[in-house]
Design a protein around this ligand. Structure first.
Ligand SMILES: O=C(O)c1ccccc1NCC(=O)[C@H](O)[C@H](O)COP(=O)(O)O
Length: 263
């Protein structure tokens, strides 16, 4: 079993447990379920922001522990206060050290909040809404095109936006009218290989009406500039900031350098 298969197998067990212990009706009673949402689509197109979807990630299967000490409040406050278009928070515990509490702790920021997890069941959409997310991720590598369409439709009906993540050309068949924002992951989630040019190569094959997000392995402002030239509006970056002793400062410096190149 590759790592993605292992994550999904564990996720099935986790979702079954959570459904039993926290029924969907109870999730709908939570205050956050009824709040108005921040639109990722709107923020990605607003030039007042950088296009960066800045990620809070404690550890990962490919890198192990990235940052065990960081405070979700401090780091995400710096992300939002210095021009992030959105914040991504890992909520998977077993493989990424994340939690619902991490996402809830980032909710005070007034930018879109992406629940970064492995969504395989509509229950997780209600859960995402209840914990305060504005956007959910659907990963083509672990879903069929029909599952993507159904989950995306359900997410939209709950008022959530969808970021559909593709990795290769075969996954283009997962794109549908319900998925307005498409991410290209430069990391192969089965082998961990990162090819930063993958987004650039696939960009031309994406429908023109979709917003485009380059994901993973972005460690230079020059990468962001190049993605912009190729029509990308969004850049999902985690490790580059989280691996620093002070992720808040690392983000701030990255944005200063990016703004210098952007003038
Ligand atoms: O990062 C991993 O090791 C990983 C392994 C298996 C599934 C997903 C994984 N990561 C999710 C992501 O793709 C990244 O968190 C995200 O795109 C940010 O990437 P980076 O800037 O390289 O941290």
């Amino acid at each position: 079993m590759n790592i993605l298969d292992q994550i999904i197998a564990r996720k099935r067990e986790e979702v079954a447990y959570r459904k039993k212990h926290q029924p969907v009706e109870r999730l709908r009673d939570q205050g956050s379920f009824h709040r108005s949402v921040y639109s990722l689509g709107v923020f990605l197109q607003d030039k007042a922001y950088t296009g960066i979807i800045a990620e809070f990630k404690r550890r990962s299967p490919s890198k192990g522990v990235i940052n065990a000490e960081a405070s979700v409040e401090d780091v995400t406050r710096a992300y939002a206060g210095n021009g992030a278009s959105a914040i991504s928070v890992l909520t998977d515990r077993d493989f990424f050290g994340g939690s619902t509490a991490d996402l809830e702790a980032a909710r005070f920021n007034q930018v879109p909040l992406l629940r970064k997890d492995f969504i395989i069941d509509p229950y997780q959409l209600t859960e995402a809404r209840a914990m305060g997310a504005d956007v959910i991720l659907l990963i083509a590598a672990c879903l069929s095109p029909v599952q993507v369409k159904d989950l995306a439709a359900e997410a939209l009906s709950l008022g959530l936006e969808v970021l559909l993540e593709l990795h290769d050309e075969q996954e283009l068949e997962h794109v549908c009218k319900e998925t307005a924002i498409i991410g290209i992951n430069n990391r192969d989630l089965k082998t961990f290989t990162v090819d930063i040019d993958r987004s650039l190569r696939m960009a031309a094959q994406l429908p023109v009406d979709k917003l485009k997000v380059a994901e993973s392995g972005i460690d230079k402002v020059e990468n962001v500039m190049k993605f912009r030239e190729h029509g990308f509006q969004g850049f999902l970056i985690g490790e580059q900031f989280m691996k620093a002793d002070d992720p808040a400062r690392a983000f701030q410096q990255f944005v200063i350098a990016l703004r210098k190149l952007s003038v």
